[in-house]
Design a protein around this ligand. Sequence first.
Ligand SMILES: [Zn+2]
Length: 127
Amino acid sequence: MQRPLGDRTEFGRGSPWPYALELCDRLPCPCGGVGHLEAIASGPAVLAEYRRSGGRATSSSTAELAEEARDGDALAREAFSKAGRALGSALGGVANLLSPEVIVLGGGLVEAGDLWWQYLEQRSPKN
Ligand SMILES: [Zn+2]
């Protein structure tokens, strides 16, 4: 799946990294560290965030959780939103620093569609 992330001169305006770091602050990362972007912006992190926020533990995968989010589970939607905002903010910082022509994203979260993309694409890190 390919989607444009917008005008790179606009993408990631402001100070995106502090916002991304705020979202993953003190969260345990699968690597054993703490506060890494993966702790909030990966597929397993979406499921973990959902459970931390009090969501039902019936979903065993991010794909199942996406279905619950589409069915109206507000906590599930928020978990996808946080992941998208965190990664979008971080990518904004990367885009500002490196000015890449293309950023390629893969993995299961890409399949979450607008549950995740719309937040990743937001240009203002605080929105
Ligand atoms: Zn890590």
